[in-house]
Write a protein of this length. Structure first.
Length: 297
């Protein structure tokens, strides 16, 4: 990973341990100043900060209960006070408590929605307000990455409320991308089975890991590299002076119909159309032109 050209700051929630820690370390290695969020794991957070600081210099830890709206709304201002500016938020923290259709209750659903959905939305809202106050209407001056879950596209009925909260976050991801453009890019990353837990034996984890078409599921390094790419890349945004963001996204959805292979073919063609016509904005017309090259090629 190449290092950021100038110090930029990212808040990574749930960064004291597990996947959040790996993401924090990868971003620190790329030169980002990392604000390490934790709830209760202070000793782990201090270690993550020390390891990140050895890679990129200034890093710090911040505690907050993501189920408490007041605490969540106070989190980004504390990070801004420490670092001056924040350029990205990675919503990695998640409540992951088991329930089922039989044991479901309003209480456990609300608990998951507060932590896994509401907190991510509030932090995106806060980053948008901060970037507008800092850079005005400059496009793509910040980015939010929301950690989703491949479970949304490979449904099973366990962890019922957790899955509902991630489904709500996936919907919010699209709405936030539309609502907070052009100042923020909002990206979703949906890892497969990545790290084991006390709920799985090593043998069962390896069995599940091998069920992927590739013979292995995502690793922590895979996910961290994907997040790094999402917050570091400078992609054209879905925007139009007449506000036709929704039309552009609708055109992509209509053409690809959820076919990821077609999506992978479409985006390089969009890039070529932009380059040939010396454009920097993806519109529905650009998408239609790119799609026509797929049909004729």
């Amino acid at each position: 990973m190449s290092r950021a050209t100038a110090p930029r700051t990212v808040l990574v929630t749930g960064a004291a341990k597990r996947l959040g820690r790996e993401i924090a370390l990868a971003l620190a290695q790329a030169g980002w100043q990392v604000a390490v969020h934790y709830r209760d794991s202070k000793a782990d957070a201090i270690k993550t900060v020390a390891d990140c600081a050895a890679l990129s210099g200034a890093c710090a830890h911040f505690d907050a209960d993501l189920g408490d709206e007041v605490a969540v709304r106070g989190l980004l201002p504390r990070v801004i006070e420490r670092f001056g500016q924040v350029h990205a938020v990675v919503n990695s923290a998640a409540l992951f408590e088991h329930d089922s259709a039989a044991s479901f209750s309003f209480e456990i659903m609300a608990k998951h929605l507060r932590c896994n959905t509401g907190a991510a939305i509030v932090l995106a809202q806060a980053l948008h307000q901060h970037r507008v106050a800092t850079t005005g209407e400059a496009p793509a001056s910040g980015v939010v990455v929301n950690l989703l879950d491949q479970k949304l596209w490979n449904q099973n009925p366990d962890f019922f409320s957790y899955t509902l909260s991630k489904a709500a976050l996936e919907a919010a991801n699209t709405m936030l991308a539309l609502a907070l453009a052009p100042q923020l890019r909002v990206v979703g990353v949906a890892p497969g089975l990545t790290l084991t837990s006390h709920l799985l034996s090593d043998e069962k984890f390896q069995q599940l890991h091998a069920l992927s078409p590739l013979g292995r599921s995502s690793t922590a390094d895979d996910v961290a590299a994907t997040v790094w790419h999402a917050i570091s890349t400078d992609r054209p945004t879905l925007r139009h002076p007449a506000g036709r963001d929704a039309q552009a996204i609708a055109a992509i959805e209509r053409i690809t119909r959820g076919n990821f292979r077609l999506l992978e073919r479409l985006f390089p063609q969009i890039g070529r159309v932009l380059k040939i016509n010396q454009l920097d904005t993806i519109t529905d017309d650009v998408i239609e032109a790119a799609a026509s090259t797929l049909i004729t090629s």
